[in-house]
Design a protein around this ligand. Structure first.
Ligand code: HAM
Length: 427
């Protein structure tokens, strides 16, 4: 019978790669803890309406990329394509938002039916942070500082650059969109089908068209910057001053509009050149209108999400994952000869309880010394502890050998009751 395969664009993360993920998760959790953010978990499946209302009906995500279906009750549901909508729904439903301040984080799988390629998948994972109830721009600067701390801890600061833009309020954008539509109508001959469609429904999305002919037609178009309110400009300028004070480098990109409709005021993206086409690693901004759009009370809000796969690809290709994170086994216990298995398991347990920070593997399944030693090397262990009975040796064993699995090959035979302090000397 033919074997079944994973769905295209949905990856299995195998044990070796999981080590990189776990490393990244530990660093991320350390950073959010230091900034006082708390974890929230919410379902991968929500009502389709939630994403339509928040991300926007005329966006790539909602128009083309959602995994939506009717369930057995006839309810239309979708796998979450991002985390912000679900986070807001959950926080509001449980009364965390009204008249409160919250700093939240989440991590988990998201689903978008995009064309898969390196760095772009149909099931991918995000780390996100969302902060509620703060007007900013201090909270916006804090969120960017959090991202910058993460890059620092991962050794990626030099490989990521921050672009920011001020997209004003929803009303500012409506006024701008009307002007832009008039402009685009005057260039309709030069537009492609997509741009012609978007020209009326969501003209701002025409701005980041990849088609050179459309970009050519956009020359001389009205600029969003001329339509944004003075409050939005003041917010943006203060944010820039705070970023400068925090020594976070950025550039302004007036074309940065983001692919989701819920933003206002400042938006941003961290991008890298080390990943080829899929260079956006982290994106976010303010979204003060979203809670209300989903039926809650007006709530100030801001946040970002990071694509975990893209970050892992970066860390791997730049060799930024420390060796210790990639080799979880520290001590490999060789158990050579019959009847030593029980003693081996017991000894391994004794080592674990004295040195809980170590990964200790006791060889199982028997076999010759050489084969077991090979296992110890291939697992990346630093030390081998060898439990081996000599010809006339007594049981249980009275002594064993500790061996360094490095070039020195240093080893020492030790009485069994001295194993704990002796291991301490070797570590
Ligand atoms: P987004 O820009 O759509 O924003 O996604 C954030 C990040 O997720 C991207 O920068 C990218 O690294 C990663 N990503 C997106 N799509 C894929 C894919 N198909 N394959 C691999 N990685 C991908 C949001 O999702 C917003 N919810 C961010 C946010 C949070 N805004 C405010 N709070």
């Amino acid at each position: 019978m033919a074997k079944l395969q994973a769905i295209r664009g949905m990856n299995d993360i195998l044990p070796e790669q999981s080590l990189s993920w776990q490393y990244l998760e530990r660093i991320f959790q350390g950073v959010v803890r230091r900034f006082g953010y708390q974890e929230i978990r919410f379902p991968v499946l929500e009502q389709t309406e939630l994403f339509k209302r928040s991300i926007g009906e005329v966006t790539d995500i909602v128009e083309k990329e959602m995994y939506s279906f009717d369930d057995r009750n006839g309810d239309n549901l979708s796998l979450r394509p991002e985390g912000t909508a679900g986070c807001v729904r959950a926080a509001d439903q449980h009364g965390l938002l009204y008249n409160q301040q919250q700093r939240l984080w989440y991590a988990g799988p998201m689903f978008r039916h995009e064309r898969p390629q390196q760095g772009r998948y149909r099931q991918f994972h995000q780390f996100g942070v969302e902060a509620f109830g703060m007007a900013g721009p201090d909270i916006d600067a804090e969120i960017l500082q959090l991202a910058a701390s993460l890059w620092q801890d991962l050794g990626l600061t030099d490989y990521l650059s921050l672009e920011i833009n001020n997209i004003g309020s929803a009303e500012d954008r409506q006024r701008y969109a009307a002007e832009l539509t008039v402009f685009l109508q005057s260039k309709v001959e030069q537009l492609d089908d997509d741009a012609r469609k978007r020209m009326h429904s969501n003209p701002l999305r025409v701005l980041d068209s990849k088609n050179p002919a459309v970009q050519e037609a956009l020359q001389g178009c009205p600029q969003l910057g001329d339509f944004v309110s003075s409050e939005s400009v003041a917010h943006y300028q203060q944010l820039q001053a705070m970023l400068e004070a925090a020594e976070i480098a950025f550039t302004e990109n007036p074309r940065l509009v983001r692919g989701l409709d819920y933003y206002n005021y400042c938006v941003y993206e961290w991008t890298t050149e080390s990943l080829g086409a899929q260079g956006a690693v982290c994106g976010g901004g303010r979204y003060d209108g979203l809670v209300e759009m989903l039926g809650g009370k007006t709530t100030l809000a801001a946040g970002f999400a990071i694509g975990i796969e893209r970050l892992v690809l970066m860390l791997e290709s730049l060799h930024k994952i420390p060796d210790s994170a990639l080799h979880p086994v520290d001590v490999y216990l060789l158990v050579v000869g019959d009847k030593l298995a029980a003693q081996g398991l017991q000894l391994a347990q004794q080592i674990r309880s004295h040195y809980p920070q170590l990964g200790v593997v006791a060889h199982c399944g028997g076999g010759k010394y050489k084969r077991q030693l090979k296992r110890a090397f291939s697992g990346g262990a630093r030390l081998a502890v060898v439990l081996e009975r000599d010809e006339e040796g007594s049981e249980p064993l009275q002594s064993l050998k500790i061996r360094r699995l490095d070039d020195s090959g240093e080893s020492e035979t030790v009485p069994i009751d001295e194993i704990i302090p002796k291991l301490g000397e070797f570590l």
